[in-house]
Design a protein around this ligand. Structure first.
Ligand code: A3P
Length: 285
């Protein structure tokens, strides 16, 4: 389909990805002090683009007020990276939606750290559904029921949710990887920021943690033009249809799933996780 670029079996948005950007990603040189936030789309990427620079710089709000999030914490696989890579100062923070097997050689030889954010796939589906309505560079999602089928079959950006999650949880990166859930962040952001800062060996005072948490709240990010995607032209992202920072809650799936859809969705997801004797650290309900 025209909206998609197929890359080694993975569907990517043509608007932001091309052969050169994927080549650039494969040749990208990771540094030992790089941090990369790994997410399946709609799982908390933008949130990490806000949190990470603040944790790494000790809570200085300058970058989050002056640099748009996609330049502050760029995507490894997107075209924008090549243009701004020279301006990034270490320790650098990046994001990627790549499954583990797509990471470039230098990632494996470096000591770059990974923060993997996972979100309840039912909420990921709902968030993605609205995102497809507002992002004009993506195909119309059709009905929620149709979109659910596409999601479960992996005919969506970055493939199947289960493949993505399994790839990173089975990656055996030892103490280079830290797992956190969107739900934990939503429940207690200061504690989540403390755990992230401990993982990155950044010692932050309680005051700084709370300052970061305040800045990274849904309301504060929604009001920040550097973070809310309002600077993207309307022809690409139409916030009148649905804002990028839409609801920012857990469990919105309950407002969208019928009981039949819930059974269908959970049986497919659970089966795929069980196939490899794989269990998640938290319940998907
Ligand atoms: P909803 O559509 O459920 O509101 P991504 O950045 O990976 O594309 O994910 C987008 C989702 O993260 C959206 O979910 C968005 O609202 C949510 N999000 C972004 N920043 C957030 C924050 N500070 N607090 C809670 N949710 C946030």
């Amino acid at each position: 389909e025209d909206f998609f670029l197929e890359y080694q079996g993975l569907l990517l948005p043509r608007e932001t990805h091309c052969a050169e950007s994927l080549n650039f990603a494969q040749e990208f040189t990771f540094k030992d002090d790089d941090v990369v936030a790994v997410t399946y789309p709609k799982s908390g990427t933008t949130w990490m683009q806000e949190i990470l620079p603040l944790v790494l710089n000790g809570g200085d709000l300058t970058p989050v007020h002056t640099v748009v999030n996609w330049d502050r914490v760029p995507w490894l696989e997107e075209t924008r990276l090549a243009k701004i890579v020279d301006k990034l100062t270490s320790p650098r923070a990046l994001v990627t939606h790549f499954p583990y097997s797509f990471m470039p050689p230098s990632f494996h030889t470096s000591k770059a750290k990974v923060i993997n954010v996972i979100r309840n796939p039912k909420d990921v589906l709902v968030s993605s559904y609205y995102f497809h309505q507002m992002a004009n560079f993506l195909e119309d999602p059709g009905s929620f029921d149709e979109f659910m089928d596409k999601f479960l079959e992996g005919r969506v950006l970055f493939g199947k949710w289960t493949d993505h999650v399994k790839s990173w949880r089975c990656a055996e990166l030892g103490d280079r990887i830290f797992f956190i859930t969107y739900e934990e962040m939503a429940q207690d952001l200061p504690t989540s920021i403390r755990r992230i800062s401990d993982f990155l060996c950044c010692s932050l005072s309680e005051d700084v943690i709370h300052k970061i948490a305040k800045h990274c709240s849904f309301e504060s990010m929604k009001a920040n033009t550097m973070s809310n995607f309002s600077l993207v032209p309307k022809e690409y992202m139409d916030s009148d249809k649905s804002p990028f920072l839409r609801k920012g809650v857990t469990g919105d799936w309950k407002n969208h799933f019928s009981s039949e859809q819930l059974v269908r969705f959970t049986s497919v997801i659970n089966k795929e996780l069980e196939e490899e004797n794989f269990s998640l650290p938290w319940s998907l309900d």
